[in-house]
Design a protein around this ligand. Sequence first.
Ligand code: ATP
Ligand code: MG
Length: 494
Amino acid sequence: MKNSNPILSMRNITKIFSGKVRANDAVNLDVHPGEIHALLGENGAGKTTLMNILSGYYRADEGEIFMHGKPVLFKSPRQAIENGIGMVHQHFMLVPQHTVAENIALGLKGLPFVFPLRIIEGRLREFVSKYDLSIEPGARIWQLSVGERQKVEIIKVLIRGARVLILDEPTSVLTPEEIDRLFRILKKMKAEGKAIIFITHKLGEVLEISDYITILRKGRVAASLPSSAIAQKEEKAKAELALKMVGREVILDVKKKHVNLGDAVLEVKDLLILNDRGSEAVKGISFSVRRGEIFGIVGVAGNGQGPLVEAITGHRPISGGGCTVTGEIGYIPEDRLNMGSVPDLTIAENSILTQYRNSCFSGHLFLNLPSIQEWAKKLIAMFNIMASGVNTPAKQLSGGNLQRLILARELSRNSSLLIAEQPTHGLDVGSIEYVWKSILEQRKNAGILLVSGDLSEALALCDRIGVMYHGKVTIFTGPFSNKIEKIGLKMIGM
Ligand SMILES: Nc1ncnc2c1ncn2[C@@H]1O[C@H](COP(=O)(O)OP(=O)(O)OP(=O)(O)O)[C@@H](O)[C@H]1O
Ligand SMILES: [Mg+2]
């Protein structure tokens, strides 16, 4: 691939936020046609910023971009799109109340004034058959799963004729099946000579699909190498990449200390829950979670995990059976941006969102600002959150740092039940190490319900695991070393 000319070159790109945060510092990046280029780096390393510059969302303070050897200047995302560069963002940018077709039509040029559903549907069908991207054009975005929403984002970019496709952590929200499907689509695009820039924290994926790797550390390029140049053995290769990313060795090896079990903090009995379409999503399941234990819910997404958590947290009515929570619930939702935080509020404000009534933070009439700021500072230090200050809006945090903020807030609440949905999605390897330790620590005072799509995470942390399949649950008790295969088979209904 390297013997072809690059389709795209970024030269000496520098971006400084608020006069002090050097998000990108003289970054060089070459991408060739027919190449899947992985962009790696720890949370806050500058990956999203660099791609936002490439796709016309931000202007670089210094540096140049070349397409096919010619300098280009993108003043807006539209100009980048016109030059064949399209980006699927880390946090999707769809309008939830609109349909798939309406979202795809938004900003599309050359359409008649009256909404041309037929035309869009026709074009949609082209992509559906070409890339195997089946999707219902009339469905409303809010009704779709994250995997389906991502498909809409990808179609949106492809339909505009992208030759360079940027995907910012596309797999962190997908099930293993959906990831396979996405990879098949990417390989087809690669075979057509398109270039793909792929941001991920999952090193296994880098080894599986990338041709070339660029690693950023603190805004600078720390390494740039063909994927064939890293160790052949998977574990060794991962360790090598982690070292280049974080600058130290990362040990994802959990040492679980014994903790005495206490009373039940969650009791679910014959629970029946309907989904939005009125069919049974959870079909009469029973389990309990006691203080001192981590109970894992695993399964392929869409088998009832979502409605189950919604019912326990009071976001969805239950249609039969019972669900009792003793004490308060701490909740780390899967959708951090919409459910977990208010992006326009500051870090300090976000740090007390679920405990603003706490007497430390509010007096009779007003919130106690100094103590809130002190608290936010403490969380930032404890969880190593990269932020320029407690009064910056949460939306300026990098994806992983926003996540750390929500984790910090919920883990520090002293609730009796902690529900953690995909707590390590989007975190770099160094942070995963820290979050795992924190969750294990938390079970000294609380019962934990861990919902994870990552079986290895559940196996490492949980005392018991409930596998959900078609709304039913099968419970396994640890140690799991000789049950892994059985658990895997249960996940696919065997
Ligand atoms: N709009 C903005 N205003 C101010 N600072 C910003 C803005 N966007 C990003 N930053 C800062 O720039 C740095 C790089 O952030 P960026 O989002 O590029 O990181 P990232 O590598 O994508 O991280 P992650 O893996 O967590 O998504 C961070 O310190 C972040 O807080
Ligand atoms: Mg990012």
